[in-house]
Design a protein around this ligand. Structure first.
Ligand code: NDP
Ligand code: 7N6
Length: 307
């Protein structure tokens, strides 16, 4: 494959200014320019969103996301268009987000900020705050995100268990289960963090049975995809006191509807799919793209190829 002209699709502006990536790619061989949906003369494209036009215009599409549930992989394979993703770059950002949200919930930091908005000096009840130290965390999905969370949670003294397809231990975990043992893995956890991809196997993975299997004082952290959780069942579990709360970065429908009940719980922290946001995001993408341009022009296998 020979890449002479690389396009940066303007949809990347959802995450960073396209010009930043263009300038960071100045040293690569191909010409690099920012493109819209008109892809004439472009051999490859770096994008946030899928466009059907990619399938008959370019040889290679690089997504700036790790999750590829919104890209039609079968169509890429049929069209012979290579598709690569950005898995591997989110361990620090999402790891810090997850531990930050768990710290907020345990140390009640969100309640202090809420009180500050009202100019109120309100101390928590004596038995509300707790420490993350020694608490159990189960991470579902132990790839780049899950391992990033496990590492940082271990750093604050949490006891980390994992769930992955292949139940082999990864660093910073004390035990790792396979998907068939999910209920055993979550039964004792004070926090359950979802960090798996959205697939046929994980769609609706957390519903009434899983919330019933979790402790009543447990918190759910979802940085995976909204559809991994049955949102109505989550609301029911919160209302029934079967769960203490949640930190949610992703939702079945985004943006989260202003009528959603999830906005209203004191112990549900809602963030706008921003767990991975960081000012260096474009630099991480540039590193991946530079590497794959070299691979493409040397006819070597792409890094992070998923179709
Ligand atoms: P990886 O491919 O590196 O890791 C995926 C992990 O999920 C692997 O450990 C895999 O198991 C595990 N897994 C797959 N299926 C199951 C299952 N049925 N049950 C339990 N574990 C399973 O992906 P990333 O860590 O890079 O990203 C994971 C997902 O997180 C993305 O697909 C995306 O949807 C989401 N994401 C969200 C972000 C945000 O901004 N909120 C940012 C980045 C990603 P095994 O190791 O055995 O293969
Ligand atoms: C962009 C987040 C992913 O799958 O959901 C994320 O990589 C994208 C800040």
């Amino acid at each position: 494959m020979n890449i002479d002209h690389l396009g940066i699709h303007d949809s990347v502006s959802i995450v960073f200014p396209p010009e930043r990536l263009r300038d960071a790619l100045e040293s690569v061989d191909p010409d690099v320019s920012i493109v819209g949906d008109d892809l004439d003369s472009v051999d490859a494209v770096v994008t946030f969103l899928h466009r059907d036009a990619f399938l008959d215009s370019v040889e290679w599409v690089h997504s700036i996301q790790a999750g590829y549930d919104r890209f039609p992989l079968d169509d890429f394979a049929d069209a012979g268009v290579a598709f690569t993703n950005s898995s591997g770059i989110h361990g620090a950002s999402v790891g810090e987000y997850a531990v930050g949200q768990m710290l907020a919930l345990a140390r009640r930091l969100h309640t202090f900020r809420d009180a500050q908005h009202e100019r109120e000096w309100t101390r928590p009840d004596w038995d509300e705050p707790f420490t993350l130290f020694d608490e159990r965390l189960t991470v579902v999905g132990l790839g780049a995100l899950g391992q990033g969370i496990a590492r940082r949670a271990d750093g604050v003294g949490m006891r980390v268990t994992g769930v992955r397809r292949t139940p082999v231990k990864t660093p910073h975990t004390r035990a790792v289960y396979g998907p068939q043992d999910l209920h055993d893995a979550i039964a004792d956890a004070r926090f359950v963090a979802l960090a798996c991809p959205l697939t046929d196997d994980t769609e609706g993975l957390f519903g009434p049975d899983e919330f019933a299997a979790m402790r009543d004082d447990a918190y759910l952290v979802n940085v995976a995809r909204g559809e991994v959780v049955q949102e109505d069942a989550l609301v029911d579990a919160l209302d029934a006191g079967e769960l203490a709360g949640a930190a949610l970065d992703v939702f079945e429908d985004e943006p989260l509807d202003s009528d959603s009940p999830l906005w209203d719980y004191e112990d549900v922290l809602v963030t706008p799919h921003a767990a991975a946001a960081e000012r260096d995001y474009y630099e991480h993408i540039a590193d991946l793209v530079r590497q794959n341009v070299l691979h493409a022009n040397a006819d070597e296998e792409f890094v992070n190829r998923v179709a």
